[in-house]
Design a protein around this ligand. Sequence first.
Ligand SMILES: Cc1cc2nc3c(=O)[nH]c(=O)nc-3n(C[C@H](O)[C@H](O)[C@H](O)COP(=O)(O)OP(=O)(O)OC[C@H]3O[C@@H](n4cnc5c(N)ncnc54)[C@H](O)[C@@H]3O)c2cc1C
Length: 420
Amino acid sequence: MSKATTKDHIGVTGAGIVGVSTAIRLQRAGYTVTLIDKEGPAAGASYGNGGVLASCASIPVTVPGVIKKAPKLLFSKDGPLFLKYRYLPKLLPWLTKYLSYANTSDLHRIAAAIHGVVGDSLTEHQQLAKGTIAEKWIKPCDYLYMYEDRAAFEEDKIAWDLRESFGIEWTELKDKALGDYDPIFSGKFKYAANLKGHGRINDPGRYINDLATHFVDHGGKIEKSEITGFEIDNGKVQWLETNSGKLSFDQIAICTGAWSGPLAKALGVKVPLESERGYHVELWEPNMMPRATYMDAGGKYVITPMDGRIRLAGIVEFGGLKLEPSKKPFDLLLRNVKKTMPDLTWKHTETWMGHRPAPADSIPVIGRSPKAQNAWFAFGHQHIGLTSGPKTGRILSQMIDGSKSNLDLAQYSPMRFNPD
Ligand SMILES: Cc1cc2nc3c(=O)[nH]c(=O)nc-3n(C[C@H](O)[C@H](O)[C@H](O)COP(=O)(O)OP(=O)(O)OC[C@H]3O[C@@H](n4cnc5c(N)ncnc54)[C@H](O)[C@@H]3O)c2cc1C
């Protein structure tokens, strides 16, 4: 296996938080780096996410019992799960595999792997952005999970027990104490877990664009092209095929989020990857701002104060990469906000839908191609990509550079779905 030298020119495909973080880390390690994106920086999920640096978010959706709860989440009027029914036949093989992980031993294994990339998120972001124009968008803050009552919190006990085992700490806020903490909520939530040491990004799109500007200011290049395939010879990618001609690099990294499946397959890796479509609604120029970042645990969406607006982001919809956004998730987010923050008013509303890259086992894919020794992957960060992007960039740049990591990297192996 050839080890990259400091002279190598590395092409990083995908300029979301994962690709931009990887590009900066490689640049700091002495490589010449070109970022390639079909649209430009922060065009995918990294633009419209909830902005939460959720170090506590190591628990996958597939907890034991999720199959029993799914019909209520899908069919009840205010359920946060949606499905484009015509997409169901395509979804079924992935869904079957996904649900097969909803057992206790897989939960513990998966949560430990995710914790490895989310646990120190705020510090990782601060280190990545330190001294750059992007630094201003990082805001350390509390992160509160809000429940209708203590009983609802207890229903999530399995998740909170796991968080505790990872050293995540929180304090309880009950009844009136929550209204005292943040008067924007009047009454709906009677119980909250307040997690310290968290953070948020005050505008994820502008943050990533500022990181990309920093990358260019330090000699990086950004190329607007869509990668369509690879020419592989002698166990190496010789050419990247794009919609605007061929590109050649010494090494390449695939960081194309939810669009990574076919590219990975062409490089010898079969990852069952789906889009978990998510939605946001922004309430611009509100008459009041939340004090911290909140997860409405029942509604499964976050409430994040951002520059000039409040962003409500969440919902899971299965419908693939091509079908149009649905209207119902936007209506649901707006109905929820009227219930939880009844005194809130705002000037105008903006909406967005994007694609969370979700491997069936919820563990990000980080590692080398079995087919081309100069090709690498970092994708599949499902609900936690903003949180874990900088750590992933560090891990992948260390792998390419041949340096050691304290983490057990086998758990992120791209080969874990390939039959022997
Ligand atoms: C509603 C919602 C809320 C979320 N909230 C949070 C949150 O609060 N905290 C958190 O940590 N995470 C959150 N997430 C998840 C997070 O946004 C994603 O995990 C993360 O953005 C994925 O980053 P990425 O760089 O892998 O992919 P993306 O940001 O999707 O970037 C992929 C890039 O690849 C490019 N691309 C794709 N195919 C090609 C090709 N063939 N050639 C060239 N370029 C290509 C795309 O244009 C895109 O720019 C949320 C997601 C959603 C949808």
